[in-house]
Design a protein around this ligand. Structure first.
Ligand code: MRU
Length: 369
């Protein structure tokens, strides 16, 4: 597989050529269909994020920023105050789409800062600056995940022995489909290929990730298509897999890291981390610094999205598998306590506990304010 073609085909989110809309792959259709859709209105962007047509923390941030800039373009006024009032309404509306991934708020706030900083310029010029800023958020994300990949690849390389594969486990999809290019948890694998590793030098085990199957539908799809040796297992098989000695290292993505290193990621991640501790397997969280929220002090302060119960009772393919009316508990994320995390890989470097100190040393001071 030519990796340039691969990444072109899986380009998650971008502006349309005329920058009047956001062009995304509708991830709800993968792996059955690969279809791109264009989002032009604030309702379309909101719905695409809410319904997981575009998902994964960095990709949500990029989609929201591009959406905000494309929609703001159509605000019809030459008066800055009127423009900004309308811009802020759109921003707040998009911010209400999902609560956990901090990248959404980080990207929208960065756009807001640009709109405020450029007060005094004419509205048409500000609109263009906003479009450029959204594109910058997208291209920066590519460089960020590349750096994360280089650091993660270093860890894979240390585990590689002549004639044997490195066993890697991942949960959910923190892949190319969740970012602007390499993914976060998958970046070490894609960068390994760039450095001459063969697809079967690594063996990636993908948790299917109930209830919405991001691991099965998306991660196993992309890694398998990239020519990386890939095995899919149900979430409840992770323990036997780790016990068998097949897993050397675990990489997961994350949606928000608190200042103390507690990390929220897709539901089930904390269970994987507890198992990893039990079996003595290194467990790494891959996080762009925009996912580290120094204003959220601990994991307890991270808002956890609760989703519709039908995602469990009817699952992805809308086939009923539980009685109508049964009560359902469906948190979309859980928090992995910092003491279970071997290290947090950011684009600026590998952080080890104590995390607050490590973040400060790397100049990571991001947050919502
Ligand atoms: O509900 P989703 O599919 O948006 O959840 C995605 C995850 O939990 C990812 O692991 C996380 O956003 C990291 S993406 C690089």
């Amino acid at each position: 597989m030519n990796m340039d073609d691969f990444f072109d085909r899986l380009l998650t989110v971008r502006f349309t050529d005329d920058r009047t809309g956001v062009d995304i792959i509708d991830q709800t259709l993968i792996p059955v269909e690969m279809k791109r859709i264009v989002l032009k209105t604030k309702e379309e962007v909101w719905e695409a994020i809410k319904k997981l047509r575009v998902r994964g923390a960095p990709a949500i941030g990029v989609a929201a920023a591009c959406g905000l800039a494309a929609i703001a373009r159509r605000i019809e006024t030459a008066d800055y105050d009127e423009f900004y009032k309308e811009f802020k309404k759109i921003k707040d509306y998009l911010a209400s789409s999902r609560p956990t991934a901090v990248n959404l708020f980080w990207a929208l706030n960065r756009m807001d800062d640009v709109a405020v900083k450029n007060k005094g310029k004419c509205v048409e010029e500000i609109k263009n600056i906003l479009l450029d800023e959204a594109e910058l958020i997208r291209t920066e994300d590519i460089a960020i995940s590349r750096n994360i990949g280089e650091i993660g690849f270093g860890l894979i390389k240390e585990l590689k022995k002549e004639g044997s594969e490195v066993g890697i486990l991942t949960h959910c999809n923190a892949g190319t489909l969740a970012t602007a290019k390499y993914g976060t948890a998958t970046a070490p694998m894609y960068i390994a290929l760039e450095h001459g590793f063969k697809g079967d030098d690594m063996h990636v085990y993908c948790d299917e990730t109930r209830p919405l199957l991001q691991g099965a539908r998306l991660t196993s799809f992309e890694l398998h298509n990239a020519g990386i040796k890939t095995t899919l297992q149900c979430d409840n098989m992770a323990s036997i897999l780790m016990k068998s000695g097949k897993i050397d290292i675990i990489f997961v993505g994350c949606d928000r890291v608190a200042a103390n290193g507690d990390a929220a990621n897709k539901i089930g991640t904390s269970g994987v981390a507890i198992l990893a501790k039990h079996y003595g397997i290194p467990f790494y969280v891959c996080a762009p610094s925009s996912t580290i929220d120094m204003n959220t002090l601990t994991g307890k302060d991270i808002p956890i999205e609760q989703r519709d119960g039908e995602e469990i009772t009817e699952m992805w393919y809308k086939a009923r598998m539980a009685p109508v009316g049964v009560d359902v508990y469906n948190p979309a994320f859980d928090v992995t306590d910092n003491e279970l995390i071997t290290g947090i890989i950011t684009e600026k470097g590998l952080c080890k506990a104590p995390y607050d100190k490590a973040f400060k040393e790397l100049g990571i001071g991001g947050g919502l304010c």
